[in-house]
Ligand binder design. Structure first.
Ligand code: DON
Length: 313
């Protein structure tokens, strides 16, 4: 049986088996608006470069990208500033700490975030996106994400944005700490940077759109339909290296061993994953485990990777 047919035949049962794991997780509630998500939901879409689509579960769910957006703001920041400009503000190493941790900002000189996927690093990256106002920056981010998602008209969920902005004491303190460390320079308004960061985290998406974005990464930055290079290949390489090292927060080592593909999760329960050259994958399962990853989503990816031999290692 062709692999895609095998996937199509087996996916519904795999989704139902993984859905049972969702009860072990909790929907994120530190952003109050996210607590409304359905805890037992699980949906997945897999896209191949030749246009095959395989889906199962609640793929119609709209959810916010949260930390998944950080992979794409990183690539836009590279396109705006080059490698040197970006790596002047963030490092290249995983932290092993929680995604919202402050610890190493103070502990390790020179107070620069270790990588662009932890909150401190992503806030620094938001400050690098070109645009004369926060609204102009968010417009550019939406246009770029929409293009990578296959021409989708994406928008910010205003309720989630406001809900996070009103309760983000930890992110606010991280950002002011970065200002004090001069990672955010003299000319930078911290609240404006935070506004851009909260808005890109609150961009709404479906599994299918995430899968399309993932497929572009799987193809080294090329659009699967037009073949146009949407993102320079070098920046996609760097983003994928970060996804392997720290895309699943401080569970990235376990994920690399058990699943073995580049992936990025968000606290809404979304996961973007890819099998290089072969598939773009979008998953949503709002119930999270202790490290902030979708319990059912990770279980499903583990099952698929083991059955279909997806590990890149
Ligand atoms: O900043 C936050 O806490 C959320 N907007 C995003 C967090 C998330 O998805 C996990 N971060 N690595």
């Amino acid at each position: 049986m062709a692999i895609i047919e095998e996937l199509r035949a087996k996916l519904p049962a795999w989704v139902e088996a993984s859905r049972a794991i969702a009860v072990e997780g909790q929907v994120a509630s530190y952003i109050p608006e996210l607590a409304k998500a359905p805890r037992e939901a699980l949906g997945i879409t897999i896209l191949s470069p030749d246009g095959e689509i395989v889906s199962a579960g609640e793929t119609e769910l709209l959810f916010t990208m949260q930390s998944i957006s950080k992979v794409f703001t990183l690539m836009l920041a590279f396109m705006d500033n080059g490698e040197e400009g970006v790596f002047a503000k963030v490092g290249m190493e995983p932290t092993g700490d929680d995604f919202n941790s402050m610890l190493k900002l103070e502990l390790v000189e020179p107070g620069k975030p270790f990588n662009p996927l932890i909150n401190a690093g992503a806030i620094a990256i938001s400050s690098l996106i070109h645009g004369s106002t926060p609204a102009a920056k968010v417009e550019r981010i939406l246009a770029f994400f929409g293009e990578v998602a296959g021409g989708a008209a994406l928008s910010v969920n205003a309720d989630v944005f406001r809900s996070e902005s009103a309760t983000a004491h930890r992110n606010r303190s991280l950002a002011y700490f970065l200002k004090d460390n001069e990672v955010l320079g003299e000319e930078i308004d911290v609240e404006e940077v935070l506004s851009v960061y909260f808005q890109h985290c609150a961009i709404e998406i479906t599994c299918g759109q995430l899968a399309r974005m993932a497929l572009v990464l799987a193809l080294g930055g090329a659009d699967p339909v037009s073949g146009q290079q949407l993102i320079p290949r070098r920046y996609v390489q760097i983003a994928k290296a970060f996804m392997i090292m720290c895309g699943m927060y401080n569970a990235s080592g376990e994920f690399a061993i058990k699943v073995g593909i580049p992936a990025k999760s968000g606290v809404s329960g979304g996961i973007l994953a890819l099998v290089p050259g072969r598939y773009g994958i979008g998953v949503i399962g709002p119930a999270l485990g202790p490290k902030g990853n979708s319990t059912a989503g990770v279980h499903l990816l583990e099952t698929m990777s083991a059955s279909l031999d997806w590990s890149v290692f």
